[in-house]
Design a protein around this ligand. Structure first.
Ligand SMILES: *Cc1c(COP(=O)(O)O)cnc(C)c1O
Length: 363
């Protein structure tokens, strides 16, 4: 019998995640030298991981015969010191994406509504659909979450509200005060996810800890994939009340975060000097890209993250042309922004290369 006939109905229309393409993949496809290709597509850290994290990862692989610590003891201790809360308030995931799925496992039932912006990081939509829940998508205004419209979209069926701040793919963020006031005014029965994947790049980010301390069901999500440069190892976390963290922890796989990732993430937290340099490098790169886009006569969206939207006309065409010239960026037509490209801020050299190739493409 055809397995497709046995699959649950939602699988047939399930829209799988489309990632930014790896360099090797593009090189094979277009017959290019991988050494000449740069990837500015997935908001990765162009400066790589901290050398301390690399050292810790190497030491960890030497002990590769052992299962990892499923409870992530050392990493939680380190995170507790970093955040000033208890180790029991963390749930560690195979990327923060896994934590999103854990939230679905614990809270989402068929027909529950999940209120989010449009566009919002697509994994929120995908995880909602995975559990038969209904994404309720509220258009952004000026590339930012329309907080009062999000609040109005809440119904008796709403279980979860999601805000990524800054938003992906726009990079724009609501002010810290606005966001905290918005959450405080929501009904207390709601689960509120605040995705802080790009928080490190924001000058005055919101602080959701007071809300957690007040007993609100707010879950903050952070990742080691962006400023810490460890996207390949897949490690991220949620922080919340101890009760919330324990629920999420209950439904994870026994060894969901591998030992190399745990060791690297723990060491990365110790190298705050490296993190600071990455943030400064990002700030300088952002100013360069803004200036370069303006000189090309291209509109761009002010971003508080490590990526920026630039308006190129036909996004799919410009993406394709750039890729043939060895620069991989992200088309965002799937996010309802067909005229735009999302470009990750690179090293100084990568930014110059992107700007010169883009000049040739839009001319
Ligand atoms: C990149 C990103 C993440 C990180 O996902 P990981 O699974 O930790 O790599 C989470 N949320 C948003 C909005 C992102 O852009």
């Amino acid at each position: 019998m055809n397995p497709a006939e046995l699959a649950k109905p939602f699988v047939h229309t399930y829209p799988s995640y489309v990632p930014g393409r790896p360099i090797e993949d593009v090189a094979r496809d277009l017959g290019l030298d991988p050494a000449g290709i740069i990837k500015m597509a997935s908001n990765e850290n162009p400066f790589g991981p901290s050398p301390l994290a690399v050292e810790a990862a190497k030491r960890a692989i030497e002990q590769g015969q052992f299962y990892p610590d499923g409870g992530c003891y050392a990493l939680k201790e380190r995170l507790a010191a970093f955040h000033g809360i208890a180790p029991g308030q963390f749930v560690i995931g195979n990327g923060s994406n896994e934590v999103i799925e854990l939230i679905g496992h614990v809270f989402l039932e068929p027909k529950d509504e999940v209120v989010m912006g449009q566009p919002e990081f697509v994994v929120y939509r995908l995880v909602s659909l995975l559990f038969g829940a209904l994404p309720v998508e509220v258009p952004l205004v000026n590339f930012k979450n329309d907080l009062s419209a999000l609040a109005r979209a809440v119904t008796a069926r709403t279980k979860v509200v999601v805000v990524s701040t800054p938003n992906n793919p726009t990079g724009a963020a609501n002010s810290a005060e606005e966001l905290v006031a918005f959450i405080r005014a929501l009904p207390e029965r709601l689960i509120v996810i605040v995705d802080e994947a790009y928080r490190d790049f924001v000058d005055t980010p919101p602080d959701i800890l007071p809300l957690i301390k007040e007993g609100r069901n707010v879950i903050g999500l952070r990742t080691f994939s962006k400023v810490y440069g460890l996207a390949s190892l897949r490690v991220g976390y949620g922080y919340a009340s101890a009760e919330m963290a324990a629920l999420l922890d209950r439904v994870r796989q026994p060894f969901n975060v591998n030992a190399v990732a745990q060791a690297a993430a723990t060491a990365a937290l110790d190298d705050q000097a490296f993190r600071t340099r990455c943030i400064e490098g990002n700030r300088a790169g952002m100013r360069r890209l803004e200036k370069g886009f303006s000189e090309l006569g291209l509109a761009w969206v002010p971003s508080q993250a490590n990526f920026i939207l630039v308006k190129v006309g036909d996004g799919a065409k410009a993406f394709d042309a750039l890729q043939r010239r060895g620069v991989i960026v992200r088309p965002v037509g799937n996010y309802g922004l067909p005229e735009w490209l999302r470009v990750t801020v690179g090293t100084a050299d990568q930014n110059e290369r992107l700007l010169s190739e883009l000049a040739a493409v839009v001319r």
